[in-house]
Design a protein around this ligand. Structure first.
Ligand code: PHE
Length: 449
């Protein structure tokens, strides 16, 4: 089982950083604001945070437990722990989910690359209409999306993740600082107050079972939970990693970045008259105005900040796409004993083709629809609102009811050394709270309840 490849993560800190890198990405900066915008603002934010804390953290710890205990790729990990029972289907589900996500995520990451290029080469060009212009082009968005997947491929095959991990140690904090600068810039624009109110003042009349499902989906998407991605990364954790702490810290960081992104987008959108429910283009049509208006007095500052921001966004997206790609690559390498580069090509080709069609479905070929929505939207909704919660629910059931309690205890407490106090609470959460809540949300959405 390719020891050399399994051990390829840098340091202990490196692997936790890589896991955080997987969690923090476009899910926080792009998807969270647009979901919040479409689902009524503050009430959605509250539900999202509740889902992260109550369902997300136990779910993450469960995936960590499976991965670290089994020390194998997603499907093999479930197989190893389930003694021939079909639990490995959960691993397959995760691999499928992450490859679909990679397909449509690359389109958005490609948009970020396009904006980075525009910010560098054509400052001031990227105005409100720029998005509609380039995203409906038949070639450009496709090229950028494929370029992004190839970039991910190179990192995966070359094994330059160590470099990426080391870089993320610096770049992630810089992203956070820059976000804070943009929060201040955006909140001080004239007319920003409405946007702040929208994000922070809950209107509970907006709540519905649909909003609850969207919040759950967003929480899982943003934590990378339910794809077996956390399970795959945890297989590289050491015996001394404190699983509960790692999950708690990552969840906190993830929610913090999402809230900052919201505070950056909504005040600015209110200030320039963009509707919060503009959908997936929201950050792309809002941000250029922030750079232009907030820094109008010193355009060079606007220029530098915009270039840095898009570059960091690309980097954050890359640390996430690496994790999605890694799941499938590790699976094919270890299960079929393919050379790593060949397994990587399998994932790259599948996701690459999907990304081309997704990009067209929101641009040049609007007729490319599945069940009344664009292919891109369909993939997004299918994975976030169905496959991820399902994967998360199954992993909780697996850890709560199937794996021997002793194994769960040993992993949770690092052989009795820590977190003993929380063990019962954790077990209660994964046995009852998580599966029941997720099942209720599903049933309600299906109209059964
Ligand atoms: N969590 C990532 C983000 O917020 C997206 C992701 C989903 C990554 C699923 C891996 C698996 O951008």
């Amino acid at each position: 089982m390719g020891k050399i490849e399994r051990g390829s993560f840098g340091s202990r800190l490196g692997i936790v950083l890589a896991t955080a890198g997987s969690a923090v990405g476009l899910g926080n900066v792009w998807r969270f604001p647009y979901m919040t915008g479409q689902n009524g603002g503050a009430a959605f934010l509250l539900l999202y945070v509740a889902c992260i804390m109550v369902l997300g953290v136990p779910g993450m710890v469960s995936e960590f437990i499976v991965g670290r205990h089994a020390q194998a790729n997603a499907a093999h990990a479930y197989d190893k722990l389930s003694g021939g029972r079909p639990w490995k289907l959960v691993g397959y589900l995760g691999i499928l989910t992450s490859t679909i996500i990679l397909g449509f995520y690359a389109v958005v990451a490609g948009w970020c690359l396009q904006y980075l290029w525009a910010a560098v080469a054509k400052p001031g060009m990227a105005t409100k209409d720029y998005f509609a212009d380039f995203s409906t082009d038949a070639v450009q968005p496709v090229l950028w999306a494929v370029a992004f997947i190839l970039l991910t491929h190179v990192v995966i095959v070359r094994g330059v993740r160590r470099g990426i991990e080391r870089a993320s140690k610096w770049l992630m904090p810089i992203l956070l600082v820059l976000l804070l600068v943009l929060v201040v810039a955006s909140c001080t624009l004239p007319g920003a107050a409405d946007g702040i109110r929208f994000l922070l003042w809950p209107d509970f009349s907006k709540l519905s079972s649909r909003v609850l499902l969207e919040a759950l989906g967003q929480a899982f998407f943003s934590l990378s939970l339910g794809t077996a991605c956390l399970c795959t990364y945890a297989s590289y954790f050491t015996r001394t990693t404190n699983l509960l702490h790692a999950a708690g810290q990552i969840a906190l960081l993830d929610a913090l970045i999402a809230v900052c992104a919201g505070l950056m987008i909504f005040p600015a959108a209110a200030a320039v008259g963009i509707s919060p429910d503009s959908g997936p283009s929201l950050i792309f049509i809002t941000l250029p105005s922030v750079f232009q208006q907030a820094f109008a007095a010193v355009p060079i500052v606007g220029y530098v900040i915009s270039v840095m921001f898009y570059a960091l966004l690309v980097f954050a997206a890359l640390t996430s796409t690496i994790s999605m790609h890694e799941i499938g690559t590790a699976f094919f390498t270890e299960e079929f004993r393919l050379p790593r580069s060949r397994s990587a090509w399998v994932i790259t080709c599948v996701a690459g083709v999907l990304s081309v069609f997704c990009a067209w479905s929101v641009g040049a070929l609007p007729g490319l629809q599945v069940m009344g929505r664009s292919l891109m939207d369909f993939c997004d909704q299918l994975t976030a609102n169905f496959m991820l919660p399902l994967g998360g629910m199954l992993v909780c059931l697996f850890v709560g009811w199937y794996i021997p309690k002793r194994v769960v205890y040993e992993e949770f407490t690092n052989d009795g050394a820590l977190n003993r106090r929380y063990f019962r609470l954790f077990l209660f959460a994964v046995r009852f709270v998580c599966p029941i809540c997720i099942a209720l949300i599903f049933l309600h959405q299906l109209g059964v309840l």
